[in-house]
Structure formats: structure tokens, C-alpha cells
Design a protein around this ligand. Structure first.
Ligand code: CP
Length: 310
């Protein structure tokens, strides 16, 4: 069993078998990051460039550590201190970097489709680390890995994604991945934060938080993007918390053995209270730990797939 593509652009269209391959491979890497010496020679001789055109804490450090733990040579490119500032185009930037003989590119960008665009410009394997509101595949993979570790399966679990459904790339990747794995998926948010054609996701849609989370096994809470407040997408943070905040009182509505997730960064006191974020059922930091193992698995599985094989 192999991944079909030599790039990871998104989870839309990825099969249950491919996702299972990534999650199973991540299990062996998860063990390595618990060792005193967290390094294996798996990617020795492979060069990876991390192109982060948008801010990131978790994804960027997680990829950088994953690359180091696999013994790849890796460089992180910072647009603010590069010739991007002199007007160099994205295409010229990546073609020049590839001329230095690299093998893989990890890219985050505010524009949807940039990872695909790069596959048309260069020969390296491309991994999407988040593009606009489109997809954030490694986040969804680490979310699924974390859920599967706790319950031993994804099939038939009730997973509810709450918050800014419209703008969230994490939501989209989770929907495609969880549906492929046989989970029961629901989304919940205010009308203004639901996409216009939300029915195309073919998931349950709620605008009432209490109804949405009733009997849920997993609630994955999305960040309210405070920078969008000016656009008037909801009246106030206090009203949002009342209607859609994950509070201690709401935990009583969930299934026994429930799980609370958040991809980060969190707005504590807005979409999630401190006591829920730091409570016993929260796996938020475990998600971050698992992210390294999942990214090691993705790098490993794609590194063996070269352009000339296509
Ligand atoms: N979850 C996530 O993508 O976090 P960062 O923006 O910090 O990478």
C-alpha cells in the first residue's frame, strides 16, 4: 500500500486506506519521539524547505522538529527577510530555491491553491501546511490520529466541529478525512460563519450548540478569528460565548467518555473556557505532540515518491 499522490495538498478525495496508512505509520514514529534520543536516519540525504508565508507556531515547529528527528536537512524560509520584500514572485522564489537541489517543500500561505500552484512550478514533493480557507491536511490527520488513539477507531464516532466553519481550513480537512473514515460528522456555528453552500459537505448542520453537541463523542472547537470581528460576523464576543462557547455546563450534554479538541491558537474565554481547555477531557496538548508523529509519517511516505515515477 502506498499513497496515490506524491504531494499532500488536501484530504478531499483521499481514501480510507490511504488515511489509515498515514495513521498507522505515525504510530511507529509516535514511539520514537518518546525515546531519550529522538532521532532516526530515515530521511538522511533529503532536503526540505519550510515556506511559511503566514504566521504559525505549532505547524511550523512541528514540521521543523519532524524533519530534524528524521535526519533530513531542513531550512525554514522567512518571507519578511527574503527577496520577496524586493518584489520577487512566488514562482521565481520557489524555482530559485529548487535550483539549490531540494527534495520537498512544506508551504503555508493565505491564498487557497498555492500548494497546487507550486506543484506546477517545481519537481519537489509539496506538502500543504494550510492554504487560505481551503485545507490543512496534517492538522486533520493529527486530529484523527488523536481520536483513534483514544477510542481505537473513528468509525461511527460522533464528531462535532464548532465555530467559524466558513473560514476554517481545519474544518474542511476534518470533514473530508472523518467522512472517509466512517465517522458521523456535524458542524455548528452562527449563520454568518457557515459557508453559503454548507449542504455540499453532506454533514449535519446546526446553528444551536446545545442540540449539536448532544450525545457527541468528540467536540473540536475552532478559533473565532477575532480579526474578522470588524466585518460584523457576530454581534459581540460575549454573545458568541453564550451561544457557541464550550463551557463546563455544556459538557453535561456530551456522551460519556467525551473528548475536547482545539487546533490552536485558542481564544480562552471566547470559544472555550479555561476550565474546559485545561480539563481532564481536553487533548489539546496531546494533539500537538501527535502532530510531530503524523508529520514524520507524511514526510516519510512522500519522500519515496519522485516526479520521474509519475
Ligand atoms: N493549528 C495550527 O495550524 O496552529 P499554527 O497556526 O500555530 O500552526
Amino acid at each position: 500500500m502506498q499513497l496515490k499522490s506524491r504531494h499532500l495538498l488536501g484530504l478531499e478525495g483521499m481514501s480510507e486506506e490511504e488515511i489509515t496508512l498515514i495513521l498507522d505509520t505515525a504510530e511507529s514514529f509516535r514511539e520514537i519521539i518518546e525515546r531519550p534520543i529522538k532521532k532516526v536516519p530515515t530521511l538522511r540525504g533529503i532536503t526540505v524547505i519550510n515556506l511559511f508565508y503566514e504566521p504559525s507556531t505549532r505547524t511550523r515547529i512541528s514540521f521543523e522538529l519532524a524533519e530534524k528527528r528524521l535526519s533530513a536537512d531542513s531550512i525554514s524560509f522567512t518571507p519578511a527577510t527574503s527577496s520577496v520584500k524586493k518584489g520577487e514572485t512566488l514562482k521565481d522564489t520557489v524555482r530559485n530555491i529548487e535550483a539549490m537541489k531540494i527534495d520537498m517543500v512544506v508551504v503555508r500561505h493565505s491564498s487557497t491553491g498555492v500548494p497546487y500552484f507550486l506543484t506546477q512550478c517545481i519537481q519537489s514533493n509539496v506538502i500543504n501546511a494550510g492554504d487560505g480557507s481551503h485545507e490543512h491536511p496534517t492538522q486533520a490527520l493529527l486530529d484523527m490520529f488523536t481520536i483513534r488513539r483514544k477510542y481505537g477507531r473513528l468509525k461511527d464516532l460522533r464528531v462535532v466541529l464548532v465555530g467559524d466553519i466558513k473560514h476554517s481550513r481545519v474544518v474542511r480537512s476534518n470533514i473530508w478525512g472523518l467522512k472517509a473514515m466512517g465517522a458521523s460528522v456535524a458542524v455548528c456555528g452562527p449563520t454568518t460563519l457557515l459557508p453559503v453552500e454548507v449542504e455540499k459537505f453532506e454533514v449535519d448542520v446546526y446553528q444551536n450548540m446545545d442540540k449539536a453537541i448532544e450525545g457527541a463523542d468528540v467536540v473540536n472547537i475552532m478559533r473565532i478569528q477575532l480579526e474578522r470581528q470588524q466585518a460584523g460576523l457576530f454581534p459581540s464576543q460575549r454573545e458568541y460565548t453564550n451561544l457557541f462557547g464550550m463551557t463546563r455546563e455544556r459538557l453535561a450534554l456530551l456522551n460519556k467518555n467525551y473528548t475536547i479538541m482545539h487546533p490552536g491558537p485558542m481564544n480562552r474565554g471566547v470559544e472555550i473556557t479555561n476550565e474546559v481547555a485545561d480539563g481532564d477531557a481536553s487533548v489539546i496538548l496531546e494533539q500537538v505532540t501527535n502532530g510531530q508523529a503524523v508529520r514524520m509519517a507524511v514526510l516519510y511516505l512522500l519522500s519515496g515518491k519522485k516526479a520521474e515515477e509519475e
